[in-house]
Design a protein around this ligand. Structure first.
Ligand code: PMP
Length: 283
């Protein structure tokens, strides 16, 4: 079942409410993390908490609870959900202010935790691969809005996802303003070309994904050559394999990009997908 916590206290869904004057709602002013737990253990919790801390720092938001208390609240909420495996949304909002956007008027950031089962990806997509498009909506560059900040404002990604919906596709890949591949709407992009695994560097407009980094580690451990490479749409269209990674998505193979079919064998994806499943099982 689902479980909720507000400012470190467990509560019912109906009581998990914050003010309409919270700048998280009024301006998307806040930060978040999506985490997963497997057999009750939160995957790479320390890295998620570091990223949350850095996102908060980057927007000048003081986390309202020490990390040790956030960790306790996360595990308490996981326990209350009675789930062995599931997804956690951890949100810190700027808190209540007035209708002006000035964050200096907000004095009490709120911490929200939601634990739920998550089946983001239908089985048929995991089996036969996703149909993706390249969106016309562009990912902002790091000199505009740093993509490493995981903020509550996801309008860019939502617009790209809407483009995918209109096109009847499963997901959209965003380019940066130079027309190079940045990432998916909530996932990082990998391709395989001639046995080489490649993914764009975060400086291209990609989030420094926890799953992305786990896959790079696993590739190294399995002697699969892996590099951070600048990628154009051409590289996606002509890839031997393509897959997406994210906490929600885990690993999703891509079958088609803008109507171009990729090969139907995915040897590198298969190795890494099996290795990832093995990795997330607590020892
Ligand atoms: N890019 C974006 C924009 C995301 O929202 C996410 C999911 N949080 C990712 C990439 C994947 O990152 P992670 O593996 O840390 O979930």
């Amino acid at each position: 079942m689902q479980a909720f916590s507000l400012d470190g206290q467990l509560c019912e869904e109906k009581d998990a409410t914050i003010s309409v004057m919270d700048h998280g709602l009024l301006y998307g002013d806040g930060v978040f993390e999506g985490l997963r737990f497997y057999s009750g253990e939160i995957f790479r919790l320390d890295i998620h908490l570091r990223r949350l801390t850095d996102s908060a720092k980057a927007i000048g938001l003081a986390l309202p609870m020490p990390l040790s208390e956030i960790e306790q609240a996360l595990y308490k909420t996981v326990k209350a959900s009675q789930l062995d495996n599931g997804y956690i949304r951890l949100i810190v909002t700027r808190g209540t202010g007035n209708l002006g956007l000035n964050p200096a008027n907000c004095h009490s950031p709120r911490t929200i935790i939601i634990v739920a089962e998550l089946s983001m990806i239908p089985d048929h997509i995991r089996d036969s691969g996703a149909n993706v498009i390249i969106a016309s909506t562009r990912r902002m560059s790091s000199d505009e809005l740093d993509p490493r900040i995981k903020s509550l404002n996801y309008l860019t990604q939502i617009l790209a996802r809407q483009e995918a919906n209109v096109a009847g596709a499963d997901e959209a890949i965003l380019l940066n303003r130079l027309g190079r591949v940045a990432e998916g709407t909530a996932d990082n992009v990998f391709i395989v070309k001639n046995g080489q695994l490649q993914t764009p560097p975060t400086s291209e407009g990609a989030l420094d994904g926890v799953t992305r980094n786990a896959i790079i580690d696993l590739a190294n451990r399995h002697d699969i050559p892996v590099s951070e490479t600048l990628l154009a749409p051409y590289d996606l269209y002509t890839a031997d394999e393509c897959f997406l990674t994210g906490t929600g998505a885990e690993l999703i193979p891509v079958a088609m990009i803008d109507g171009r079919e990729l090969g139907d064998t995915r040897p590198v994806y298969e190795i890494l997908s099996a290795a990832f499943s093995h990795l997330v099982q607590p020892k």
